[in-house]
Design a binder for this molecule. Structure first.
Ligand SMILES: NC(=O)C1=CN([C@@H]2O[C@H](COP(=O)(O)OP(=O)(O)OC[C@H]3O[C@@H](n4cnc5c(N)ncnc54)[C@H](O)[C@@H]3O)[C@@H](O)[C@H]2O)[C@@H](O)CC1
Ligand SMILES: Nc1ncnc2c1ncn2[C@@H]1O[C@H](COP(=O)(O)OP(=O)(O)O)[C@@H](O)[C@H]1O
Ligand SMILES: [K+]
Length: 518
């Protein structure tokens, strides 16, 4: 797992390194510049092979804050490496911070060329050192014009720390923003580099270690308030399958899903749970779905009984409940959802509430009392809008804040699905997902996720290791994204379907097994 920070957390870390550890600010700046210049040099060498770099011409656009100081130092390092490198100062030089002024004096001593009226399309690389984590308001006027020129230029574009104009906490565009091919960010990813649209503006992101001191790297106050993103190497922490286990050991999933004429969602969710390693899956559905479901998925069991006795038996049998895929919001769907939600909560079973399960909850807010710390809610933006009454554009302005609020209100684990899915709980554990792609915006993709979450919960049933429910949900979201990435590799983002993601699931989970064997 890697930490993701807000701008104010990053400033605290910078401040602590400088003032408590006595690392001069200029040392951090030099390391930031060295790391960025090195990435640019690597790009140029890849582009030019062993040929020389005479045709290259780099313009670094610098603001007067410390992001600008990084930029001036980058321009100097590239100049000293024998590459044509020039500086363009954006903004008022009288407002330079002390460090940036210092960088300016060094650059002038080394006679780094300064441009006053750059011809934008003459450059092969443009570096953006205008604003970093200090951006505090909309970009307007001259700055806006400059950024628009930079974007229109044909050059390769590199951003220092974060593209200017991207809100470091929400990923929103403040007025306008630099469209980078590469962003070299320092110490940790900022939230705005994970969330969209910021993530798209950043291009390829490299995290450079510049020697920031972080006492709380793993465990304490700041860390608990930080966000995390799961990465491939974390998959080796998934519990191994016990050699002596049987299908009971590996978890029993009860899927309350499907309604008359709607069995596809149930089928996808059940199939994902089985491919994810759940020992047994039983679908509680309507009798009309028996033949299609049993033909499509003979591995799953099926029941259409719905009375107190049968329900109790099914509930006792299962380890994990999934409620919602294809359930419909009226009639039998509503009754089934209410019975299993209420009694699942009373029995202390983990419940994954998805799709129509969430829509029914939105229509009956009095049932919120059955949501608790064992419930995982998996709304997409539309479902979230119905649940919390805000419209989708309001949600997208700050999805993390909205997710926190709803997790706090509901008491459950919230999986707010989007291009960057946010997972959080009432303790403000926060995960931002970085796997997956736009090919996953296809019907049934969410049903696959609910099945994968169920299977990940099952993996932990027979294992001694305790993990929080939010972590398990975030891990499942990450796995789901990897399935999407493999499906895209095989089928392309236009043609891939939810079924292709299920087919990729064994391959993704095999990766975890191979990793854990070293
Ligand atoms: N010593 C440190 O603290 C370090 C800082 N570093 C760099 O410094 C950056 C942060 O530096 P700063 O805190 O100086 O902030 P920035 O360089 O991001 O810019 C802040 C300045 O821009 C102004 N500003 C904000 N939004 C504006 C807008 N829309 N229009 C016009 N002006 C606007 C602010 O009032 C402030 O004066 C980091 O992103 C990183 O690149 C790194 O060099 C590492 C060490
Ligand atoms: N652009 C994207 N990048 C990454 N993941 C995406 C993207 N678009 C959608 N997804 C993922 O695909 C899934 C879609 O789920 P959902 O909207 O519930 O689909 P459905 O209702 O059709 O089953 C979510 O897990 C979401 O995070
Ligand atoms: K920048």
């Amino acid at each position: 797992m890697k930490k993701v920070v807000t701008c104010s957390q990053m400033k605290l870390l910078d401040h602590g390194t400088i003032h408590n550890m006595h690392v001069p600010s200029l040392v951090l700046m030099e390391r930031a510049a060295l790391a960025t210049a090195e990435e640019i040099r690597k790009y140029l060498e890849k582009k030019n092979g062993s040929g020389n770099l005479k045709k290259e011409r780099i313009l670094t656009v610098c603001g007067f804050g410390n992001n600008g100081g990084d930029g001036i130092a980058i321009a100097r390092l590239l100049h000293l490496a024998g590459i044509r490198s020039e500086i363009y100062l954006a903004g008022n030089p009288d407002k330079m911070t002390e460090e940036t002024r210092h960088q300016w004096d060094i650059a002038m001593s080394y006679q780094v060329p300064v441009m006053n009226n750059p011809v934008w399309d003459e450059y092969t690389v443009i570096v953006d050192g205008i604003f970093g984590v200090g951006l505090s308001r909309e970009i307007t006027g001259n700055y806006k014009e400059i950024i628009d020129h930079m974007n229109e230029a044909p050059a390769y574009k590199a951003a220092v720390d974060i593209p200017s104009g991207i809100h470091g906490d929400t990923g929103a565009v403040l007025g306008t923003a630099f469209e980078a091919d590469l962003t070299v960010t320092f110490a940790y990813k900022k939230r705005g580099l994970c969330l969209y649209p910021g993530r798209a503006y950043a291009g390829r992101t490299v995290v450079a270690d510049i020697g920031i001191y972080d006492r709380d790297r793993d465990g304490s106050e700041l860390a608990s308030k930080a966000a995390w993103h799961i990465e491939k190497s974390d998959m080796k922490t998934l519990p191994a399958r016990k050699p002596w286990g049987n299908k009971g050991t590996f978890g029993k999933v009860l899927l309350v899903a499907g309604s008359k004429g709607m069995c596809g969602a149930a089928c996808l969710s059940a199939s994902a749970a089985l491919h994810g390693g759940a020992g047994m899956v039983k679908i509680q559905t309507v009798e009309e779905n028996r033949i299609p479901l049993q033909s499509l998925l003979p591995e799953a069991m099926l029941t259409s009984e719905f009375d107190e006795e049968a329900n109790k038996k099914n509930l006792n049998w299962c380890d994990v409940l999934v409620i919602g895929p294809g359930l419909g919001t009226e009639g039998s769907g509503k009754e089934r959802m209410l019975w299993f939600l209420e009694n699942g909560a009373k029995a202390g079973k983990p419940v994954i509430l998805d799709a129509d399960g969430l829509n029914i909850l939105a229509m009956h807010p009095q049932w919120m009392k059955f949501i608790g710390e064992q419930t995982i809610l998996t709304p997409h933006m539309g479902e979230m809008s119905r649940l919390c009454g805000l419209n989708v554009s309001e949600l997208k302005e700050d999805p993390v804040a909205r997710a926190y609020q709803y997790a706090e209100k509901s008491g459950g684990v919230l999986v707010l699905k989007d291009a960057c899915t946010v997972v959080t709980d009432r303790n403000e554990k926060l995960y931002l997902n970085l796997s997956g792609n736009s090919g996953m915006a296809t019907a049934g993709s969410g049903d696959v996720l609910s099945g994968i979450i169920a299977s990940v919960l099952c993996m932990y049933l027979s294992c001694e290791e305790e993990r929080e429910l939010s972590y398990k949900a975030a891990m499942a979201v990450y796995i789901h994204g990897l399935c999407g990435d493999i499906a895209r590799e095989k089928k392309g983002s236009h043609g891939m379907t939810a079924k292709d993601m299920i087919e990729a699931l064994p391959e993704v989970l095999k990766l975890a097994e191979v990793q854990s064997k070293g």
